[in-house]
Design a protein around this ligand. Sequence first.
Ligand code: CA
Length: 444
Amino acid sequence: MSRCLALLLAPLLACAPLSAQETRRPNIIVIVGDDMGYADVGFHGCADIPTPHLDALAKSGTRCTSGYVSGPYCSPTRAGLLTGKYQTRFGHEFNPGNGPKQGLPLTEKTLANLLKAAGYRTALIGKWHLGSSADHHPQKRGFDEFYGFLGGAHDYFQPKGVFRGTDPAGKRDENPYLTDSLARESVDFITRNKNNPFFLYLAFNAVHTPLQADEARLKKYAAIADPKRRTYAAMMSAMDDAIGTVTSRLKDSGLDKNTLVFFFSDNGGPTMPGTTLNGSINKPLRGSKRTTLEGGVRVPFLAAWPGVIPAGAVYDPPVIQLDILPTALAAAGVAPPPDSKLDGVNLLPHLQGKEAAAPHPALHWRFGKQMAIRQGDWKLVRHDLAAEGAKGVSPTRLYHLKNDPGESTDLSEKHPDKVQELQTAWDAWNQGNTQPLWGSGLKE
Ligand code: CA
């Protein structure tokens, strides 16, 4: 810089209203639990499994009582999360198999792609489940760093199958339990990036099967008689501890006030046969993972950003994990690509009370022969009858969720006009979907 130019700029720089720290773009952390029951967090009233760190996170932000995911299964929800679009728009309706082309379609950009392009350092720590071929590897999909596993589930004690980048992670001497290892890696990533904006996608496999917990945590829950529930409690406790480790490091690093954190479960608890039962409870909701009933798609869901998102608040209108991408982009000051056709919306003005309308006129689901639409308090659904101990898919049923969150009283005969209205709206939405690229949605 010439001396003249420096002299000219000096007064302008001196008048800059905010320090570099104050103008720094927020960090973004998306924490995902796996197969959690709607009832199984303290902030939903869970009595037998304390989740103090999740509760504190909820208290530091806003919890969304009607928080949804767009898939009742692991991989579809993750595809929706990372693209901000219903995964049925691009054929990612079911969990992928191991085929080289089965994974998040390469035509799709991820939240990590978009934030990385904007200068964020990006990491996936935990479960990927969006394709296991080299082309689908997280580091080819926008993540600078990856520590975790590529499939849908993993042994908690066996390091084989855990990778750091593309290399086997090797023996995890200091933390043999996978949930603890994910906490350790997250803290390391945060510490290394405390001076630059980062995006951390922390995708726990807890509390997905296999049901494995460490002895110390199992002892804490000796009073729970059902061994499945006891192990589940210990696994949940490990995840809660890990979340506490992450939030403590944010505070210690002075980053907590400049970090947007989301937490949700990728689908509801697997409470019906054939869904790999884990001891979870979805009450007061009915249904299970793999169903389009509330128990499959309505999940614990919260957003925290001190000073920006109201603390200790409860937000009731329906939101969905598809909203996380546009919300994160808005927080980062990044415009979505013009051709992105997002289904999610920026939740910030809604959570802040600046926008009184609900974020979505309606939410929609398609999972094979199952479907659902929620519009206001009404829900039209065709769901897997295994939730009722029968085979096949139910006839079309209508529920009023405000009066009947457990979907127990079918009102379709009483309100045929409402059935028709919702079916027409769902059909119109479905016009924008494509055929599934793989799978059938039946017991995979
Ligand atoms: Ca899952």
